[in-house]
Design a protein around this ligand. Sequence first.
Ligand SMILES: [Zn+2]
Length: 295
Amino acid sequence: MRVGIDVGGTTVKIGFIDDYKIIHRLVVETNKDTLFDDIFIAIKKYAEDNNIDITGIGFGLPGHVSNTYIDKLPNIGIYDLDIAPIANKYFPNIDIYTTNDANAAALGELLNDKDNVKSAYMITLGTGVGGGLVIDSKVINGFHANCGEIGHIYVDFNHNYQCTCGLKGCLETVASATGIVRLANEYYNQFNTKIDKKNMTAKSILDAAKQNDELGLFILNYISESLGRAIATIELCVDVERIYIGGGVSDAGDILINRIRDYYKKYSHYAIKDLEITKAKLGNDAGMLGAAYLF
Ligand SMILES: [Zn+2]
């Protein structure tokens, strides 16, 4: 059986996977000092208790990784660590595979797609904006292990907000959950709105857009245009079959996805206008499923 692991800032989700289905799940707390020992011990115990033969272990990790070497997982506080020697203590004969968590989620969504899709790009709209690229059913990590970092494409010439990465005007500064709230604060006094300024969240702003709130609609349009333009740029470079939009912000649903499609059509080259843009379906399971099929 394959094991796919989605490492998050507070918990680690471990999936035992057979024939593209998650047969069993384990959750362990994210403890930076013992993280990989904790994970391998939990897998080993479950596998031994249930007489399971493990064929490989794949990780989706929130940061920079290359083969089994972790450059940095900034949200967890792990730097310069090779997982292989730790894995070797528990599973000397099993190979370990890693990728960025957004790449793992992209592969998971593609594998779950009923249309036998082979190439796709997934965009995750959460606290930040992440992305992952899959071509011929293989995750593309890139030379710097930085492929898919769409959040830092320069799209927002209007505000040039400072991004956490050090650059300005990144997609993430407007189209992430935090970016949406930032924009709403910036434009709050320019529109008629019923949105409660003190308790604004990306959800409350996009929910207001569904009620035709002027400010909500302005923000919805603004982020959709930024995303549509970014996807038009990406698609010229990668030419994939499908774009999946995931992450908490995508829960806004059709109103957001449809508007992104409209702006994509407006900004994309004529030869790639029929690209399909859909909402991601797997939610939190995508990372586990994708990680289990890195090999
Ligand atoms: Zn940035």
